[in-house]
Design a protein around this ligand. Structure first.
Ligand SMILES: [Zn+2]
Length: 112
């Protein structure tokens, strides 16, 4: 499969970055030329495209390409790990809400 390149908007919309997907065997690799991406981090641009979020595209005409990419990367290790991260973030959110609730109950208990 050929490399796929997307132009994505910066968060303030003032500039754009280039995100490139390519395959090494059956493994997908992703680069982005934003500051975090150049540090080989899982930047928000890479994450958004792995998540299929077309709202970050600088060129809306690439929306269809992104849908196609979504079906091609599903079941890749990158996609599976991204799902694990998202699921774990939800668990963390739930745990944080539980801690806040317990702290409130504790504070109430102290003054009853
Ligand atoms: Zn980036």
């Amino acid at each position: 499969m050929d490399n796929l390149t997307y132009k994505v908007k910066s968060s303030d919309g003032s500039s754009s970055y280039t995100v490139t997907f390519w395959w090494i065997g059956t493994e997908i690799k992703i680069s982005c030329d934003c500051k975090a991406g150049l540090l080989r981090q899982g930047c928000k641009h890479k994450n958004a495209l792995v998540d299929g979020d077309a709202s970050v595209l600088a060129d809306r005409n690439q929306s269809e390409d992104l849908k196609k990419l979504g079906s091609e990367i599903r079941d890749s290790r990158v996609w599976i790990m991204r799902q694990q991260i998202l699921a774990t973030e939800l668990e963390v959110d739930a745990a944080q809400r539980k801690v806040q609730k317990l702290k409130k109950m504790y504070a109430e208990l102290l003054h009853q």
